[in-house]
Design a protein around this ligand. Sequence first.
Ligand code: SF4
Length: 222
Amino acid sequence: MPHTTSAPTDPLPQEQCAAAYPELLAERLLDGGRLTDHECLELLRTPDDATFRLVAAASRLRRQHFGATVKVNYLVSLKTGLCPEDCTYCSQRLGTGAEILKYTWLKPEEAVAQASHGIAAGARRVCLVASGTGPTDRDVDRVGSIVTRLKSDHPDVEVCACLGLLKEGQAERLGSCGVDATTTISTPPARTTRRSAAPTATTTGWRPSAAPSTPASPPARG
Ligand code: SF4
């Protein structure tokens, strides 16, 4: 592991890669220090082979601030199976032989009832997911009406929507209905190349006022 002569409270020189020093950065934060913008950007570029070191360093901060507390997210699958895509890793893909449930869109009252079970059990976030390439505008309206009902019954619950590739304006429409975040999987744009696509999950928290009208990379889901 590389070492540095910098004291824990000192910003790392720009020529040093912050991703190589996650333990040092965690130490600084535990001592009440801050990271520079440059260091934050460098951490986002952490190479795969350093991921576990970063996770271990971040865990020290998590334990200090949250101890053994966990946040429960509850997933409601609005539509399962019946997908026209063929992502290799997915049991819902076209032609799958996996023994999974297959159903089209839940009715809003069914979805809200399912989510309410999770909230009653302590969930603070509900993740609404649907199989498929991406939603039509009608699907977005459908999910929007579910979220409106859900937030009416449970105003404090966070809602994440994971619906596949969103077209321009759809994220904003979901946000206006109360969706707090979208979870995405980045894949190559061409459907024909999806078979070999390795998924990269990201969660994009956003607020309508801050949401870009055109995301830098199109949100997708699995
Ligand atoms: S990952 Fe998503 S788009 Fe791909 S096959 Fe599964 S449900 Fe369909």
